[in-house]
Ligand binder design. Structure first.
Ligand SMILES: NC(=O)c1ccc[n+]([C@@H]2O[C@H](COP(=O)([O-])OP(=O)(O)OC[C@H]3O[C@@H](n4cnc5c(N)ncnc54)[C@H](OP(=O)(O)O)[C@@H]3O)[C@@H](O)[C@H]2O)c1
Length: 206
């Protein structure tokens, strides 16, 4: 699949490398496409250009910008022409507070900012180290994807599975009101409560 990545930083670059290793073609959308791309973005099956060019060449788009830059990044990258837009952002404000919740979510705001996209919330509930390698001795880390378009959610679940996650559809986009606080749970455990970044949430069964 041809995948555009808007926000080619820690998360975007990690997802891009993993998806390229899984056989996908990655097009990083950069704010300054004339500048030389950072080394982590120079890998097999990768190219770089403007965000608009990356989206135009893609079948699906990953969004991994800092929350405060997201509206502008979407304006620069769109229109999205119905493409799945896989939203990995977390709407974090000062002190790691969630700026949306309960009656709205960052993902629903992203959908309002990018009405021509089919937005899916995914890749937000774990750290980038787990995106690079979601395998643990106890099993694969959990990845949930929610959105209002089943086909777009299917794309997200498929790409997460390609990376090695235990990936599941998680209902409509408003369920991002659950996934964004779940991301905050991972952050609290890993970064505030001292568990470190080498932890992941998992789904256990008997
Ligand atoms: N870090 C994690 O483990 C993690 C896990 C899950 C979710 N998230 C979420 O993922 C998002 C990205 O986090 P990160 O840690 O990857 O941040 P990061 O390393 O700072 O990367 C952000 C990237 O966004 C780019 N960017 C900023 N404005 C842009 C614009 N207008 N157009 C295109 N690109 C733009 C930046 O490019 P420049 O270099 O040009 O500034 C940078 O490459 C955040 O919303 C975060 O909450 C992070």
């Amino acid at each position: 699949m041809q995948i555009a990545i808007i926000g080619a930083g820690g998360v975007g670059g990690t997802l891009g490398r993993g998806l390229a290793a899984a056989g996908h073609e990655v097009f990083y959308g950069l704010r300054d496409p004339s500048a030389e791309a950072p080394a982590p973005l120079q890998h097999a099956r990768a190219r770089q250009g403007s965000s608009a060019d990356a989206v135009a060449a893609s079948e699906a788009v990953i969004l991994a910008t800092p929350w405060g830059a997201t509206e502008q990044a979407l304006r620069d990258a769109g229109p999205f022409g119905g493409r799945p837009l896989l939203d990995a952002t977390n709407p974090l404000g000062p002190g790691l507070t969630l700026t949306h919740g309960h009656t709205d979510s960052g993902a629903e705001q992203v959908q309002r900012w990018a009405p021509s996209a089919r937005v899916v919330k995914v890749f937000n509930t774990t750290g980038r180290e787990n995106m690079a390698d979601p395998r643990y001795p106890q099993g694969a880390a959990l990845m949930l994807a929610c959105g209002d378009d089943d086909a777009a959610v299917g794309v997200a679940v498929g790409l997460a599975a390609d990376l090695g996650f235990d990936a599941h559809a998680f209902g409509p986009l408003r369920n991002a009101r659950l996934l964004e606080p779940l991301a905050r749970v991972w952050i609290e455990l890993a970064l505030v409560r001292g568990q470190g970044r080498g932890i992941a949430l998992g789904l256990m069964r008997r």
